[in-house]
Design a binder for this molecule. Structure first.
Ligand SMILES: [Zn+2]
Length: 69
C-alpha cells in the first residue's frame, strides 16, 4: 500500500523555523502581521506556535484599529 504525504508534512515557512506546519493561511496576511516570512503571495504554512502568534498579532491589530490608532 502506497502512502501519500500531504500538506501536513510541509515545514513552517516562517524564517528560521522548521517545525511541521499545522495550518495554512494567506502569506500576505502573515507578512502584514509582522512575522518574518519570505513569501508574500499564495498560502503560507505555519506551525502551531507561529499560527498562534499570527492570530495574536492580527487580533491586536484589530483592537488597535478599534481604539483609533
Ligand atoms: Zn513556525
Amino acid at each position: 500500500m502506497a502512502e501519500r504525504k500531504g500538506d501536513k508534512d510541509k515545514p513552517c515557512e516562517i524564517e528560521g523555523c522548521s517545525a511541521v506546519s499545522e495550518r495554512s493561511v494567506s502569506a500576505k496576511k502573515v507578512a502584514d502581521s509582522g512575522l518574518e516570512i519570505s513569501k508574500r503571495s499564495g498560502k503560507a504554512h505555519l506551525c502551531k506556535d507561529h499560527y498562534k502568534e499570527f492570530k495574536k498579532k492580527t487580533k491586536k491589530d484589530r483592537e488597535l484599529q478599534r481604539l483609533g490608532w
